[in-house]
Design a protein around this ligand. Structure first.
Ligand SMILES: C[S@@+](CC[C@H](N)C(=O)[O-])C[C@H]1O[C@@H](n2cnc3c(N)ncnc32)[C@H](O)[C@@H]1O
Length: 218
């Protein structure tokens, strides 16, 4: 059974973490291996939104895959201004004319008008920190962000992870994914595969057990 979850401490923690100067669990200094493998397989093309981009490693990895025949433009967003500032510092913008950073709260439904629609929306480790209520808002946002037939890529803690953390990510079950992203709700799950989330070595030996879900908007 899932424990009761209040995301309030976690949301505040995001803001505190980026300004604390202490090591940040997800700052592994490289893209998530799951994302890197997708990029290597030529998975992404067109307009890509990275929601909760953190330091931007995944976004840069995807943007780098852009080819003249299959151009990619990445919009990388986070609701912590300091995160976006640090992501920009790590980006030589002249190498990434196809990457735009933006401070944006994914849950503010009235602030998204200028974003436009995307072929892909990547969520690497944001969704699993949300409350049930905010998950519903987020899924509505996903529908807004994605073009018809667009693809949502989600990397999140899975039910197979044995560790329980007092606050922070909640494990996501396959049954929940199938319920939220059902055909009746306008989604088609393409795959849910076992994956690993890479952490800094001090956190859980550097890896958590995850699902990588590939979900299409119908
Ligand atoms: C666990 S970190 C993952 C960062 C990055 N995606 C990665 O894989 O390294 C989650 C990120 O989501 C951001 N975030 C959390 N809630 C958000 C929201 N409502 N809107 C935008 N960003 C959010 C946090 O600030 C944090 O940078």
């Amino acid at each position: 059974m899932q424990r009761a979850h209040s995301e309030a401490p976690l949301q505040q923690e995001y803001f505190d973490r980026y300004s604390s100067g202490a090591p940040i669990n997800w700052d592994i200094g490289r893209p998530q291996s799951a994302v890197e493998r997708l990029v290597q397989s030529g998975f992404f093309w067109g307009r890509v939104l990275d929601v909760g981009c953190g330091f931007g490693d995944n976004a840069r990895c995807i943007a780098q895959q852009s080819q003249p025949k299959s151009p990619i433009h990445v919009v990388a967003t986070d609701f912590v201004p300091k995160a976006i500032e640090m992501a920009k510092e790590r980006t030589n913008q002249s190498d990434f004319p196809n990457l735009t950073y933006m401070v944006l709260d994914a849950l503010k439904e009235d602030e998204q008008d200028d974003l436009g629609q995307f072929d892909f929306v990547l969520d690497s480790c944001l969704f699993h920190g949300l409350s049930d209520e905010n998950r519903q808002i987020y899924i509505r946002q996903l529908r807004r962000w994605l073009k018809p037939q667009g693809i949502h890529v989600q990397l999140a803690w899975s039910e197979k992870e044995t560790l329980d953390r007092p606050r922070g990510p909640r494990k996501i079950t396959k049954a929940e994914l199938q319920q939220w992203f059902s055909v009746d709700n306008g989604w088609q799950i393409q795959t849910i595969t076992d994956e690993i989330i890479d952490n800094i070595p001090a956190l859980m030996g550097g890896r958590s057990i995850a699902y990588l879900s590939i979900i299409q908007k119908l």
